[in-house]
Design a protein around this ligand. Structure first.
Ligand SMILES: [Zn+2]
Length: 74
């Protein structure tokens, strides 16, 4: 398995250059905002994902689907 989510770029097939845009939760304080104490962040199948190898931009789901297809082929 290439990475722990088995994400693969649908365009170039890279499995080690995938990045996810996650949502980071911030604690609002009297002086501003800061990451909450546990550093909680979220991503969903609809979260944006990018391949830094070929600059393909899609959703996490698209990279998951490509990972499933490559897993089935090998
Ligand atoms: Zn790519």
């Amino acid at each position: 398995m290439p990475n722990f989510l088995n994400l693969v770029c649908p365009r170039c097939g890279a499995d080690d250059r995938v990045e996810i845009a996650s949502q980071l939760w911030l604690r609002v304080t009297d002086s501003g905002t800061e990451p909450d104490l546990t550093g909680t962040y979220d991503y969903t199948p609809g979260s944006p994902a990018i391949c830094t190898n070929c600059s393909y931009v899609g959703t996490l789901r698209q990279f998951e689907d490509a990972g499933k297809q490559s897993g089935a082929a090998s």
